[in-house]
Design a protein around this ligand. Structure first.
Ligand SMILES: Nc1ncnc2c1ncn2[C@@H]1O[C@H](COP(=O)(O)OP(=O)(O)OP(=O)(O)O)[C@@H](O)[C@H]1O
Ligand SMILES: [Mg+2]
Length: 379
């Protein structure tokens, strides 16, 4: 038997006991009333007998007859006892049947309340009486009606919520696709268009001035290189954003390794030894922000070195992502560019983690991103 079942059984036992209590209370009260009344009658007649002594020849009245009869105290006591017994038995029968009907009604109400507790709110308590118990049953019935209505509106809210979440997810997916399409168009497609134009013009320029052709060729090569970088960054965006069962440290190390193989001219430094195991949600959020930071460095900075380091600072984890590339003006970037979400979403994610992102960057002097995350006790 489970703990909950034991509790229910104990409760039922208690309820039964208290109901038995009502029945026995009624019988006990009835017994006390009869015994007290009998004793009072006996004492009253003793007093009457001493005040109204029967004198022979005196006119016979009911009171005189009674007192005469009561002159023999034994007989009188016997009579009182018989009357008391009759009262007791009739009282017991009456109170027992009354108590039983009371007990049944209360037991019915308790049983129905139990059913409500278990979720059968459709049932109604029916009481064949016209007293306070009926009022109690009516009140409980009204309460369950209200409860039912509340449950209906709560479920409606839940369903609406689920629909909203679904729509929001769909919207987020669409938004992501729109952004990718825009990036592919703005960055890669336009760059490739420029490349094809340059290549188309190259034979003529070569005929006219081989020196100019050389410059154009170099420029075209740069454009191809840039387009390639953009494509790689976009592909990184398309990577699954979950850690795929890895810890943050493992996932970041393998990502850096992958980047190293694709960008052999770049130096990558990665030291995440200090990253402790964290909750899955926290690790995934951090993975996303680091992915975006790396993607930005590769897309916009044209760096020769990218470093990723982790430090423990008291109860905080500090992750620093640094590149020695182009850098940018942090004050103006948000105002100048609309439709760029990377930096703002990184900041939002850090706030959600209870942490903070500091961006230090100056044009021509590289960029340093500092991610600070508070660690919870079990980490
Ligand atoms: N490491 C970096 N080096 C140089 N410039 C950067 C760097 N990180 C960000 N920037 C500049 O800040 C701008 C905003 O970056 P943000 O990540 O918000 O947008 P985005 O990368 O252009 O687009 P997306 O919304 O796809 O991330 C970039 O366009 C770029 O000019
Ligand atoms: Mg970005």
């Amino acid at each position: 038997m489970t703990e909950a079942e034991k509790k229910i059984q104990q409760k039922n036992k208690k309820n039964k006991e208290s109901l038995q209590g009502i029945l026995w209370d009624l019988l006990r009260i009835q017994t006390k009333v009869v015994l007290t009344a009998g004793a009072a009658v006996f004492i009253l007649f003793l007093i009457l007998q001493s005040f109204l002594p029967h004198t022979p020849g005196a006119p016979s009245t009911f009171l005189y007859d009674i007192t005469a009869l009561a002159s023999d105290r034994l007989i009188f006591a016997f009579l009182i006892v018989i009357i008391m017994v009759i009262f007791l038995i009739t009282g017991w029968v009456y109170y027992y049947s009354y108590g039983l009907s009371l007990k049944r009604t209360l037991a019915h109400i308790i049983h129905q309340l139990k059913q409500f507790q278990r979720g059968s709110l459709n049932r109604k308590i029916t009481v064949e009486r016209n007293d306070e118990l009926k009022k109690l049953a009516d009140e409980v019935n009204e309460l369950t009606d209200d409860l039912q209505q509340q449950i209906v509106s709560m479920r409606r809210l839940l369903n609406e919520n689920a629909k909203l979440i679904e729509e929001a997810e769909k919207g987020a997916g669409l938004e992501e696709r729109r952004k990718l399409a825009r990036d592919l168009h703005d960055a890669v497609s336009q760059e490739l268009f420029a490349v094809s134009m340059s290549l188309g013009a190259l034979p003529k320029v070569l005929d006219k001035s081989p020196e100019k052709a050389k410059v154009l060729f170099k420029q075209t090569e740069k454009m191809v290189h840039h387009a390639q970088q953009e494509l790689r960054a976009l592909i990184m965006h398309l990577r699954p954003v979950t850690l795929e069962g890895k810890s943050l440290k493992q996932a970041m190390e393998s990502l850096m390794k992958e980047l190293l193989s694709k960008h052999p001219h770049l130096t990558f430094e990665c030291d995440l030894k200090k990253v402790p195991p964290m909750e899955k949600g926290t690790e995934e959020q951090l993975f996303r922000v680091l992915q975006e930071g790396l993607s930005n460095a590769l897309r916009h900075a044209d760096p020769s070195k990218v470093q990723l380091h982790a430090f423990l600072r008291g109860e905080r984890l500090l992750i620093v992502l640094e590149d020695d590339g182009r850098g940018f003006d942090t004050d103006n970037v948000q105002k100048e560019k609309t439709g760029n979400y990377g930096l703002s979403s990184m900041k939002e994610r850090m706030v959600e983690l209870g942490g903070h992102l500091t961006i230090v960057s100056y044009p021509g002097k590289g960029t340093k991103l500092e991610f600070r995350v508070p660690l919870t006790k079990h980490q």
